[in-house]
Design a binder for this molecule. Structure first.
Ligand SMILES: [Zn+2]
Length: 103
């Protein structure tokens, strides 16, 4: 399969792209608005929105920051989103068939 972000060929069962480090197998996180455990700066709110809407997290942070400075809306909504958005569940139920130990 191909990475959605950099377009390089990666392993079919890969969770991370080996080239750009983006998360590929984050289907659970993409269906629900959650705060991812990886790649967060403060509470992962911006990272969560970025994953949910499939946007660049830097862009989300920039927009949020500008909205905070200009209107104050960002400052108001960040703690609300922090409280309301659940944390990404620990991915214990990885899909079976990963070639880890079985020869
Ligand atoms: Zn990639």
């Amino acid at each position: 399969m191909y990475c959605n972000y950099c377009g390089k060929v990666i392993q079919d069962d890969a969770n991370l792209c080996a080239y750009c480090g983006k998360r590929i197998g984050a289907v659970i996180a993409r269906k629900r608005l959650v705060r991812p455990r990886a790649g967060r700066k403060i509470a992962g709110v911006c990272a969560g929105f970025a994953e949910y809407f499939d946007l660049d997290v830097t862009l989300v942070r920039l927009v949020w920051l500008i909205a905070s400075l200009v209107t104050g809306i960002g400052l108001l909504t960040y703690p609300i989103a922090w409280i309301v958005m659940p944390e990404e569940p620990l991915r214990l139920a990885e899909p079976a068939g990963q070639p880890v130990t079985n020869p």
